[in-house]
Every structure is written in structure tokens, then in C-alpha cells.
Design a protein around this ligand. Sequence first.
Ligand SMILES: [Zn+2]
Ligand SMILES: [Zn+2]
Length: 438
Amino acid sequence: MGFAKWVNLLMVFHFFAATPIFSHSSSFTSKFLDLAKEPEIFDWMVDIRRKIHENPELGYEEFETSKLIRSELTKLSIPYKYPVAVTGVVGFIGTGSSPFVALRADMDALPIQELVEWEHKSKVAGKMHACGHDAHVAMLLGAAKILIAHEKEIPGTVVLVFQPGEEGLGGAKKIIDSGALENVSAIFGLHVDPTLPIGEVSSRSGPLFAGSGFFEAIISGKGGHAAMPQYSIDPIVAASNVVLSLQHLISRESDPLDSKVLTVAKFGGGDALNVIPDSITIGGTFRAFSRENMMHLKQRIKQVVIGQASVYRCNATVNFLDEEIPYMPPTFNNDELHELFQSVAVNLFGVNKVSSSELVMASEDFASYQEAIPGYMFLLGIRNISVKSLAIPHNPHFTVDEDALPYGAAIHASLASNYLLKLHQNLPLVEEKYNDEL
Ligand SMILES: [Zn+2]
Ligand SMILES: [Zn+2]
């Protein structure tokens, strides 16, 4: 069935008084935060987040999470596409026609044993929502609940993207490749941040998260007796020099003001104390804030590994693991969307609650959307000393302060509705900051 027919068949349930939201942009954004804090939305989001937290699922295995999302969308009479990229769900709110703006939440958990003792601790041994994706899903559903209550006033379509496999598995790329976002003209995404207090957001224009790539190299020599090295070709000495030479790619070849990382995190080979092994395997990761820098590092890693190994008469092969751990481009925020974000966030949370992010060397697969369409990623505060939500993501003590959920839901809903409103009114995406009549 075509999407337009879905929308025509849609029964819209208004949970809140359907006062016009698009007539006074400054008042409706603050209303969204009030709505998101209402027990009807807040308690519902908390319940969803806890259910997902108790049953964490790794990338492309998010079957129960996806089922829960679909069940809630159905209850809200929001049409959706499923499956998209294995377990992904893409929902639609609005007219069903252009312009389209997307909001993204990732769904996958991590292979980490939760060490937080609380009532809704993970029930699955060795798996945990340690990156806050359970909260991301709950917040996007919260935004959906706010927006559907005002669906008839949305001048376009909000596309809800529930994405699988963010944790190094290329889920965003799979969503793009599925064609589900073909007509979308902008996409927004958030990540919870325990370094920012509750009620605050931060981001920046241009680069935010680094791109990441991985490599593994096998350096092969000729094994033999450790007491008679003249009969062997020692891959350990060769690999040791490869590691040292790789360090020079950042310290000697790179602009010190343009951040990059190259870490050899794996070095393995040899079992006996009196045997020179046949080969050594090394591996690691490289990070940078532009595609150009990433490609340059990739090329130089290969040259240095092969070249340096050959100095010691060894052969080397380098594998960039594109299948196992897909290359992640840098997250690069669109300038115009940054201006819109600033204006919406200040309106919603207050001028003192919106800050400029530092660059982050970790990567985010939201970057894959930004390679295809203008996109904007921002960070949402979850830090609260009283509930100890201080641990950084991917830590077994990671905790989300659930009081952050309404902020995430409200800003998602506000960004999407403001974006469509500005397009509808044929206005620049940002209001003029300066008055010509001064
Ligand atoms: Zn993560
Ligand atoms: Zn994450």
C-alpha cells in the first residue's frame, strides 16, 4: 500500500488540546517541553526505556526492541515501514508528502555485563544498554507522541528512523541503502552525554565526531630456532619497527592543529621462548575529522606496514576490515541546520543551556546519513550527581537519568516541526539575528 493511502487511512488521536502549534513558533517549542513532562508522556517513555533496558539486544538482533516500537507506533496510529535494514522501523507523521525531515534513534546494545544494581538492570547476561540507545528510542517515541497529537498542523512529513546496528555495524548506511530516506531533505540525531547536566544540549557546526577506520596486518617472516636467528627471518623485530614507524604518521607527517589518532591496539604472535615465529599480527584504529585525512592515513598505513616490513625481509598484508567493522566517516554538521538548532534549543531550554561542543575522537555512524543528506547531530545532557549518571558510555556503570527523556523528546519534536515550518513559509532556516533598523 502506498504511503499516501496509509496516511489517508490514518486515525488521528489527539491526546492534547490541538491548539495551533505553527502559528507562533516561539510559544510552541516551549509547549513541547511542558507536554513531554506530562505524566502521560514522561511515565510512558520511562516505562518503554526500562523495558528496552531490561532486554538489551545487539546490532541487527533488535527483534524485541523493534516489536515494542512497532506496537507503540500502531497504538499511536502512526504508519511505518518494516523491516528496514533487518530490524529497523521507519515511521511517518504528517501529510505523507514532501518536504520530509527525519529524526533518528539507534536501538542496539553492547556486549557488556551491567554492573549497575537497580530494579531494571539488564536481564541478559553479558549484554547492556551502556550507550543510552534505550533512552534514544524512548525519546524518539516521545517526540512521535507529541507530533502525532498535532499531525494536521505539520506542513510536511516527519520520518521517524529507528535504526539497528550503530555500534560499529554500519546500520545508518544500511538504512540509506534501503532507500527509506530517499526524499528526506534533512536529518537530526542526538546522543546522551553524561558530561552535560540535565536540561542542557551542546553541539557545533562542522566536525563533531571523528571518522574511524580499523586495520589488521600480518607480517610474515620465517620461523626458526631462537638461538640461531641467522637461519630465520624474524617478524617480531620487523613488526616492532612497523609499530614505531606508524607512530610517526601522526607525530611527524600530520598538522598538529588538525587532530588525528593512530593506535596499534593489538600485537600478537609467538608462543615459545626459544622459537622465532613465522608471523606476527598487529592491528588498531585510526581517527580523523575529515574524509580526506582518513583516506590519507589509510594509504600511508598500508605503505608504512609493507615498506617497513620489507626492510627486515618480511612480507606484509594489510586488511582494513571493511566487511567486519565498516569504515565510519567523520560526523559533519550542516551549517544551516546548526543555526536552526541554536535557535530552537535556546527557545526551548534557555540561552544558558546551549553550549558549543568540543570535538570528540569517538565516532558515530550518524555520519553515514550526513554523507547522503544534510544532517545534524547534537548531545543531550544526562548528568545528575544525585542519581550517579556520571559514567561515560560503554562503561558497565553507565546510567541514564530518566529526567532527561522529556528534553530529548521535546527537542526532537521541535527541530522537526521548526524545520518544516521554515520550509513551508519559504523562510531562511534561521531567523535574522540582527535588526537592520538599528
Ligand atoms: Zn556506543
Ligand atoms: Zn551510542
